[in-house]
Design a protein around this ligand. Structure first.
Ligand code: AMP
Length: 195
């Protein structure tokens, strides 16, 4: 199964992606994590994107696609993937579909983890205190939420239009979100398998 997670920073994409990938035995591919690795290892890409990431702005589509292409293709040949953090815009979604169609790796389902704003801010501030990620300060958090708001509605519409969107209330406790996501995804998997 090939799916992706949509949700604001703090919606629980990372946690749910790991659990969903484990449940279905598919790869977890996190765009943020792959990009952060480039920064940590100080690669040419890492040096290009360091400042953009620190501000909480989006890295260019070309770089994101370059970093993701190989992991997506490899995972597609090996049972599928859960994409976490990509696509973030309708343009990226279109580009991903174009790239993936050639190799039969297109996303079959987009899972939207929906959370109220106050809950998001509460979680992000708590995470910033614990993890010390460079982009988890309050100022950058607010900026990342603005970036999300700017792009998310068209992204959700992109997948809703062709019937690939499912939504889970991600304001619930973690385990309930996981159970509800897995139940819905199982139904989708069975439908996809029956095609
Ligand atoms: P995340 O770990 O998903 O919150 O991503 C952390 C940061 O990585 C974001 O604030 C962006 O700077 C960058 N990033 C991750 N995924 C993407 C993407 N699909 N498009 C552009 N930038 C991204």
């Amino acid at each position: 199964m090939r799916l992706l997670l949509i949700g604001a920073p703090g919606a629980g994409k990372g946690t749910q992606a790991v659990r969903i990938a484990g449940h279905f035995g598919i790869a977890h591919i996190s765009s943020g994590e792959l990009l952060r690795q480039h920064v940590t290892h100080d690669t040419a890409i890492g040096r290009t994107i360091r400042e953009t990431m620190r501000r909480g702005d989006l890295v260019s589509d070309d770089i994101v696609m370059e970093v993701l292409r190989e992991p997506i293709e490899t995972a597609s040949r090996n049972g599928g993937y859960v994409l976490d953090g990509f696509p973030r815009t309708a343009e990226q979604a279109g580009a991903a579909d174009l790239m993936a169609r050639d190799v039969g790796a297109s996303v079959q389902v987009a899972l939207f983890l929906e959370v109220r704003r106050e809950e998001l801010v509460r979680r992000l501030v708590a995470r910033g205190r614990q993890a010390g990620r460079a982009d988890d300060t309050e100022e950058v958090i607010n900026h990342r939420l603005q970036v999300f708001d700017e792009h998310n509605a068209p992204l959700v519409d992109y997948y809703r239009r062709d019937g690939r969107l499912i939504t889970v209330d991600s304001g619930q406790p973690l385990d309930e979100v996981t159970a509800s996501a897995i139940a819905q995804l199982r139904r989708v998997r069975d439908e996809v398998a029956a095609d």
